[in-house]
Structures are given as structure tokens and as C-alpha cells.
Design a protein around this ligand. Structure first.
Ligand SMILES: [Zn+2]
Length: 203
């Protein structure tokens, strides 16, 4: 689990324990860089959590989505006041990438999490309309421009005035999740929260 103290908005875990958790904001949130209202994650992207996610995505083991969804449910229960939502929105892959992998890990995790947490899953309301480079190896700025305008909201999506919870496997710099939140809010969502299994924490 991510250990306190963490940023009140994006959930970034501070390496130093000498920070007052009641008024802690990270640099990115002090500068107002994120469009989502709140983000939380189960644990740091390291050790066994990193291995499980890697097996799920690249070893093609979609069955690993369930134990990850169980971990997400524990975070959801602990932060229910800030994460409660009308709909779950998995971060979409571009159709070409999804075909290549055979599944979308965010959808697989969301399907289990939806049943466990009792929040309905919105299928294909958020679309990835432009293929993007793999984010690994890109700087924070490059990641932002790589995903800029890469998403759209489908015509039938009922997000007007709704509270949405966007689900992904890993929160790295937040560029992808931020872009998802930006378009969802632009199209009328009242609130966008983010929940990921893992969070990249710089040492
Ligand atoms: Zn923050």
C-alpha cells in the first residue's frame, strides 16, 4: 500500500515522513497541472506489484486482472468519500494496440473491480482515436504532447453532470490520465477521479 504522507490531490507518496499530511500538496498539484479532482493508487510500481502488472500486460495473462482488482477495491473502500462515482471509465487502448495484445488490461481490471465495488462499467465511452508512441523512455513534456488530443468521448456517452472514476494499471507521470480527465470534463463530466493499481514514485 502507498504509505502516508501523500499529496491530498494526486496521491503522490512523499519520500519524507516529516510532512504534515493534512496540508500536503506535491509540486505538480501546487502548480495546478492536473485536470482530475483526485487520484489514488494501491501501491508503488515496484517489486511484486510491478511483476504482476508486467505479466498481465506482456505475458498475456488477463486472469491476473482479478487479484489486482481486489487490491483496487481495498483502496476504494478506504477512500470512498473521494472516489465514489456514477461510472467507471477504463483508459482505452488504441484498437490496433488492443488487437495486438488481445485485451486491454484496464478493461480487464475494471470488469472485476466493477463487480467487487458495485460501480457500473461504462463501455467505450472514452475512445483512443489516435495511436500514440509507447510512453516509456519519454520525458514528462514529451509524454504530454504524445497523448494530447489522443482521446475522444463517444456520442452516446452519458457523462453530463456525472462523477467518473477513470481506471488504469499504472500512473506514471499522469500525462495519459490527465488527458482523459481533460476531455471528459470538457464534454460535461462534473467530477473525474482516478484510481490506478500502481504509482511510479521517484526515490
Ligand atoms: Zn499532487
Amino acid at each position: 500500500m502507498i504509505e502516508a504522507p501523500w499529496c491530498g490531490v494526486c496521491g503522490y507518496a512523499f519520500p519524507s515522513k516529516a510532512i504534515d499530511p493534512n496540508q500536503a500538496l506535491c509540486g505538480a498539484c501546487r502548480r495546478g497541472l492536473y485536470r482530475f479532482d483526485v487520484a489514488r493508487a494501491y501501491g508503488p510500481f515496484q517489486d511484486s506489484l510491478r511483476e504482476i502488472i508486467h505479466h498481465l500486460k506482456y505475458g498475456r495473462h488477463p486472469s491476473l486482472a482479478r487479484p489486482l482488482a481486489v487490491r483496487l477495491t481495498s483502496v476504494y473502500e478506504a477512500h470512498r468519500h473521494s472516489l465514489q462515482a456514477d461510472w467507471l471509465i477504463p483508459v482505452p487502448l488504441h484498437p490496433a494496440r488492443e488487437r495486438e495484445r488481445g485485451f486491454n488490461q484496464a478493461v480487464e481490471i475494471s470488469r472485476h473491480f466493477s463487480r467487487l465495488a458495485g460501480v457500473p462499467l461504462a463501455w467505450r465511452w472514452l475512445l483512443r482515436t489516435r495511436p500514440t508512441q509507447v510512453q516509456a523512455g519519454l520525458t514528462r513534456r514529451e509524454r504530454r504532447s504524445n497523448v494530447n488530443g489522443a482521446f475522444d468521448v463517444s456520442k452516446g456517452a452519458e457523462i453530463q453532470g456525472k462523477t467518473l472514476l477513470v481506471i488504469d494499471d499504472v500512473f506514471t507521470t499522469g500525462a495519459t490520465l490527465n488527458e482523459c480527465a481533460r476531455i471528459l470534463k470538457q464534454r460535461g463530466a462534473a467530477k473525474v477521479a482516478v484510481l490506478s493499481v500502481a504509482r511510479v514514485i521517484k526515490e
